[in-house]
Design a protein around this ligand. Sequence first.
Ligand code: SF4
Ligand code: SF4
Length: 319
Amino acid sequence: MQNNENNNGAMNQKKEENSNSSKEKSAKGVNLNTPGMAKAVSRRILEDIDAYCVEKYNDGYRNHLGASLIGRQCKRYLWYIFRWCFQEQFTGRQLRLFNRGHREEARFIEWLRGAGFEVWEEDPTTNNQFRISAVMGHFGGSLDGIAKLPERYGIKEPVLCEFKTNGTGAGFNKLEKDGMTLAKPQHFCQTSTYGCMPEYNFEYCLYLNINKNDDSLHVELVKLDHNLGRNMLVKAEQIIMSQVAPSRLSDNPTYQECSWCAAKEICHKGALPEKNCRSCKAARPFENAEWYCEVYNGIIPKDFIKLGCDNYFPITNKV
Ligand code: SF4
Ligand code: SF4
């Protein structure tokens, strides 16, 4: 027994020595003074950060069709997204960019409060962001906030807040020149949809858009178009309730919008959608944002939707 203990102690000490010496070796193994080495290590650090960002910020499939997308022209693209036919793959850089957009929201709110505005970011009844929901819970969106202007402006009614970011260049210049309704029609559709909901009924949106390159700030009180908002709700319902792909924008894959569309392989070239219940012909949207399977005659359990079963039949295939 005594011998065993002595042996174990000696072995542990040996292991520790080995591990220390391998640490030393690996610390000494890379000489940053070797020509090109610092650059190579820097590249690797960037790759590691990118990998982290992909892991951390990629939200995967979205459960509902989002109001922020509903202004996109192609209904078929929105239908593919809603039916989980594909997921756009984003690089670490792109995901950092989206994340930066979210993080800017806190700055916008700080500036507005600093200028004397009252700003509500959360619905006090839920302690979550203010939301809209329609089409059995399959369409929705989150409001960036609701604000009341300081008394000195003489405007009593609360306004919807919408916060966006932009790069330098044509997009931001057009926004400054033509205003949000013309330069950012997708944002106008989104905010008009929020505005037309009876629970909010906003007449105006306080739209802030920051230029990420030089921090120029575009501020605009935009009169919302409730008819446009209601049309967006109809559009959302058509997309959500359709069991077949809506018409293409163009049958020509080289048409400008199709040429850079992430869905073009499925849309124009017959590529198969990703397998899951939502991209299966037997599934249809159901109440309370649930999904119903016509083969098993029941609500599909949430965890199962991602998987599909052996009876899977792609919704994009002709019967
Ligand atoms: S490829 Fe063209 S028609 Fe097809 S989903 Fe994309 S934009 Fe729409
Ligand atoms: S048949 Fe299978 S894959 Fe299709 S919806 Fe039903 S459970 Fe999902």
